[in-house]
Write a protein that binds this ligand. Structure first.
Ligand code: NAG
Ligand code: NAG
Ligand code: NAG
Ligand code: NAG
Ligand code: NAG
Ligand code: NAG
Ligand code: NAG
Ligand code: NAG
Ligand code: NAG
Ligand code: NAG
Ligand code: NAG
Ligand code: NAG
Length: 590
């Protein structure tokens, strides 16, 4: 059966046979696009709120690295020597990562490490003949315990390859900007404004950070190929540690780049498909201590700039593309285990993964400075509870059409106490994680609808020695995602027309009992079409609409932006609560 469709760009398309389903279904470059080269280089952006402490000029600036990433495939990271600027007093630090590029190039993954600890995971935008440029400014104050060290190494990994076709070189400048918030209005110094994380608690940076990372020969991340490919490191923590948090950086690549769209292996086998993008659509990053599961993350699906329809991502890149979120897991409940002066193995894996994932972590430790040896902090688990994990899968298909569903649920409750010089505090952490992915394939698999939901809720109650509640915090996080796509292939020209819609969002709410609440909503809705040949986009059109709103009662920011066919159409920012009285000192520091 052959359906002939005449599209407005006067190309005829013929419905595909199964074998002609494009292998690289979702990842493209704009190499075939005709550019209007009479234009200026264009600035690309990822929408986020401005950092609160960057209102004043920095006290010091350290331009640490300038490098052109051209032929860096297979090479170790580029490095530079770091020492904090002399005679500079600072309370906050921002990392500034500037990039410019011109020509044609794939989107690339990159990361920056300082002394082996990851500071930034980022991906590049695909350049144009006119040239593009962008800046990522990230609050790196939480890495202060590393930023004060002298003669350490900054390493940057960005594997790129340049040839006659892919001419884009990524020109990178990296700087550290040091700010002294003590010089500012006191109210400003109170909030750390980390992107995507509504954290209005006055959290002081960790006293010590231990990287859980690779040896650096191929970057400090671990390359995870499958679910049994676990990587980690032994750690011995100081005896006076009273709090431990593991921060996880993760990105998915290769056959798992679009893991949330992968059908089960049975579908691929039964249809004799050659694609390796399978193994179903559930993935979860797992953290173990001595082979015991202590935490997990279902990552937000960050879409790189060649993803789905590359026309979506100019000049507004996908949520997280320039500053991939990292995820914190509180390991304080396990201090009772870790505080025995013995080495313990911290390990990372990705459940159900196929090649490949880049995963790394930083272990943040807070020590009790009033407790010097032989004083020791004591900690003990009171009750591990009975962690529940449940997974259900269903799949029904006939030929290339069908529906697939996978659903997981995790539930845990753990209580423990920590006795430091501030007293003996008991904490109860309740966590619930829900994940659901539904896929429907129609019209011989040429039409797909993918719907995914990730929901996590964490409740932390801190009790005093006498049993009174000191604080209760609730965090809710939701990552809804919907993708629909239709493909119509033409045998004649080996081209495929792809129409798609995307709706994804990062939603987060944090509520401190009797205290302020914080909310963040960051949503993108995209719609467009492309004509692709292999992995190249020949023609296309797209619109992207983004709404961002952040509110922590003291500090609000909202922005609505839209782009169409590579141009910014509308950009309205509001600092809604500018008139409201600034609150500070009202958060109970734990
Ligand atoms: C190229 O850009 C110029 C100036 O921005 C514009 O006037 C012209 O219409 C554009 N041409 C095409 C084919 O888009
Ligand atoms: C350090 O800064 C202070 C105040 O800005 C200045 O008085 C002093 O001379 C500086 N010291 C050095 C070694 O630069
Ligand atoms: C990086 O970009 C920012 C914003 O465009 C600019 O202010 C800064 O000077 C740039 N830094 C470097 C080292 O190029
Ligand atoms: C990097 O810094 C150099 C020197 O200051 C400047 O010429 C160049 O434009 C900068 N590039 C970017 C991408 O900021
Ligand atoms: C760092 O290196 C410089 C130059 O090699 C040296 O003078 C200085 O003592 C070193 N500092 C530390 C803390 O090792
Ligand atoms: C570093 O790790 C890589 C990848 O696991 C391995 O191939 C290499 O041999 C290691 N190098 C060193 C010096 O340990
Ligand atoms: C998982 O990946 C590792 C590393 O590439 C490999 O050695 C191992 O054989 C793989 N295991 C399975 C079950 O595929
Ligand atoms: C898959 O291949 C087998 C063996 O070549 C064949 O019998 C079967 O009909 C094929 N199935 C489909 C759906 O093409
Ligand atoms: C990993 O996923 C499988 C299902 O694919 C499940 O049976 C297993 O329990 C999961 N592992 C962990 C540690 O939760
Ligand atoms: C708590 O620690 C203090 C010393 O820091 C010690 O005197 C006290 O006995 C400890 N209490 C418990 C219950 O371990
Ligand atoms: C089809 O291919 C020919 C030859 O490569 C090319 O000239 C023509 O523009 C193509 N048509 C489309 C719609 O891409
Ligand atoms: C920009 O946004 C305003 C307010 O939402 C709307 O009225 C206007 O039509 C938009 N303009 C474009 C070009 O989208």
């Amino acid at each position: 059966m052959a359906i002939l469709i005449f599209f407005f760009i006067t190309i005829s398309f013929i419905a595909p046979s199964s074998s002609s389903l494009p292998e690289h279904h979702f990842h493209f470059t704009k190499t075939g696009l005709r550019h209007n080269t009479s234009s200026q280089p264009q600035q690309y952006i990822e929408i986020s709120r401005p950092l609160s402490f960057t209102n004043l000029p920095p006290s010091c600036t350290f331009h640490i690295l300038t490098h052109d990433f051209a032929y860096t495939m297979g090479l170790p990271p580029v490095s530079a020597s770091y020492s904090p600027p002399a005679n500079c007093s600072w309370t906050h630090v921002a990392l500034q990562f500037n990039v410019s590029s011109k020509g044609e190039q794939y989107d690339r993954i990159a990361a920056i490490w300082l002394d082996g600890a990851e500071l930034l995971r980022t991906s590049t935008a695909e350049p144009t003949d006119d040239g593009i440029f962008w800046t990522v400014t990230k609050d790196v104050t939480r890495y202060s315990s590393i930023l004060v060290n002298e003669n350490i190494s900054l390493s940057v990994m960005m594997e790129n390859l340049v040839n006659d076709v892919y001419t884009g070189v990524y020109q990178v400048n990296i700087s550290f900007l040091y700010y002294n918030s003590k010089k500012m209005d006191v109210s400003l110094s109170n909030s750390y404004n980390r992107k995507m994380k509504p954290d209005n608690e006055i959290e002081k940076p960790a006293d010590m950070i231990i990287p859980i990372s690779g040896n650096g020969s191929e970057g400090f991340w671990f390359r995870i190929m499958n679910e049994s490919d676990l990587h980690g490191q032994s750690v011995i923590i100081p005896k006076n540690t009273y709090k431990a948090v593991i921060e996880i950086y993760v990105s998915s690549h290769g056959y798992d780049e679009f893991w949330y769209t992968n059908p089960p292996d049975s579908y691929i086998q039964m249809n004799n498909l050659t694609t390796k993008r399978g193994h179903g659509s559930y993935r979860e990053v797992l953290v173990n201590i001595d082979r015991m599961l202590v935490g997990s993350v279902i990552p937000f699906p960050v879409i790189f700039t060649g993803g789905i329809n590359p026309m979506y991502w100019g000049p507004l890149v996908s949520i997280g593309a320039f500053d991939l979120p990292s995820y914190d897991i509180d390991l304080t409940p396990y201090l009772g285990l870790l505080l025995d002066r013995q080495a313990h193995f911290l390990e990372l894996g990705v459940n159900d993964s196929i090649p490949f994932w880049l995963v790394g972590a930083n272990l943040h430790l807070w020590v009790d400075n009033n407790c010097v040896l032989p004083c020791e902090v004591q900690a003990k688990v009171i009750d591990f509870g009975t962690p529940k994990f449940n997974i259900e899968r269903s799949s029904s298909f006939l030929g290339l059409d069908g529906s697939f569903e996978v659903e997981i649920k995790r539930k845990s409750e753990i209580s423990y106490w920590v006795n430091s010089t501030t007293g003996k505090l008991t904490t109860i952490i309740k966590r619930e994680l829900k994940f659901k992915n539904e896929m429907n394939f129609y019209l011989s698999g040429t039409e797909k609808k993918i719907k995914q939901k990730v929901e996590e809720e964490i409740e932390v109650s801190v009790l005093s020695n006498s049993g009174g509640t000191i604080s209760k915090t609730k965090v809710k996080r939701k990552f809804p995602l919907t993708i629909t796509s239709k493909t119509i292939s033409s045998m004649e020209n080996d081209t495929t027309l792809m129409l798609s819609d995307l709706d994804h969002e990062w939603k987060e709410k944090k509520k401190l009992d009797g205290g302020p609440s914080t909310s963040l909503k960051n949503r993108q809705q995209c719609n467009g079409w492309v004509v692709v040949q292999g992995r190249n986009v020949l023609h296309g059109g797209a619109t992207t609409q983004q709404t961002y709103s952040y509110d922590n009662e003291a500090d609000c920011y909202s922005r609505t932006v839209s782009a169409a066919n590579g141009k910014l159409m509308n950009d309205t920012a509001n600092i809604l609560c500018a008139a409201a009285p600034l609150k500070f000192g009202s958060f109970s520091a734990l």
